[in-house]
Write a protein that binds this ligand. Structure first.
Ligand SMILES: [Mg+2]
Length: 308
């Protein structure tokens, strides 16, 4: 592969990495390691058994909201704040069959859209909804529900400052918590550097400067709290050296496995590329889902001047 082909492979790797991680982790979600071992042995394939009834190969909220972010941005004019377009995609998903909708995202979407009646809430409505959700949750809006959906921002913005602003603002649509927004900004920075071909140690240098993620994780906690989730994903990523082994090790921790899987899938996809994802996992993905992932990859390819 030449440089541009490699870049496009990484862009596709991020999007497919999120989807594959979500689908692999779906049967492990809400189970602990002992239960996973007893029921599945080790999860190495996309298999049925989702507690929340996710359809095989279709993903859950992680993939759905990631595509909503991508497709919302794809509808924006250059320089337009994407919150309104992304929000309209969130509401569309919410009004359909929102498999795996989280408590924080769910409340914020309900408030912003007045329970689905407003199809395209304003920027102000999202800010108010997010703040109200935060107070209703007694200040605990630091879930991983924004980190799981933020990867397309790294793929669709080439300017560092604009990418940081959008990652921050799109997190704040549903999660008022600063830690959630900070994690999104860091995650997008790492992915952006990786797709541009920077060395791994340079791509992750932003972690060294952060107070929360500057130490090597030895005890991953796959909870729904954003700092735990991001640290678990980083643990899996640094601990193993192939797309396949990273994903298998992370999802078999259980807990919020689909989300830790989706998040580490984005990182591993950015490092190793689409071509490193096992064929059997790609084949297990739903056809319509792949069409949407490909359309998002194509849009990102245009932004960076690579791809088809
Ligand atoms: Mg999920």
């Amino acid at each position: 592969m030449n440089v541009k082909e490699k870049m496009y492979d990484r862009i596709r790797g991020v999007l497919y990495g999120v989807a594959v991680g979500d689908c692999l982790g779906a049967p492990a979600e809400f189970r602990d390691q002992a239960e996973i071992a007893a029921r599945f042995g080790e999860i190495r394939d996309i298999v049925p058994g989702s507690v929340i009834g996710a359809r095989l190969g279709c993903g859950t909220d992680d993939t759905a909201m990631t595509l909503a972010v991508a497709e919302g941005i794809m509808k924006c004019k250059p320089g337009e704040n994407p919150v309104r377009q992304i929000g309209a995609e969130f509401v569309r998903w919410f009004c359909g069959e929102p498999i795996g909708l989280g408590g924080t995202c769910g409340r914020a979407i309900e408030f912003a859209s007045k329970y689905g009646r407003v199809k395209s809430p304003s920027l102000k409505a999202w800010a108010a909804a997010s703040e109200m959700t935060h107070y209703q949750l007694r200040g605990r809006s630091g879930g991983n529900g924004t980190l799981m959906r933020t990867a397309p921002i790294a793929l669709l913005y080439t300017d560092d400052a604009e990418r940081d602003n959008v990652a921050y603002g799109v997190s704040k649509m549903t999660h008022w918590d600063e830690d959630a927004a900070t994690a999104c900004v860091l995650y997008c920075e790492i992915i952006s550097k990786l797709i541009q071909g920077q060395k791994l140690e340079d791509a992750v240098s932003c972690l060294k400067e952060s107070k929360d993620y500057n130490e090597t994780v030895t005890d991953p906690q796959p909870t729904g709290y954003v700092k735990d989730t991001f640290k678990t994903a980083l643990w899996g990523w640094f601990e193993h050296n192939s797309f396949e082994s990273i994903l298998i090790n992370v999802v078999n921790l259980g807990g919020d496995a689909d989300t830790t899987g989706a998040i580490v899938g984005g990182l591993a996809g950015a490092e190793f590329g689409y071509s490193a994802i096992p064929d059997r996992w790609i084949e297990a993905l739903d056809g319509k889902l792949k069409t949407r992932l490909d359309a998002a990859a194509e849009a990102a390819g245009k932004v960076w001047g690579c791809g088809t």
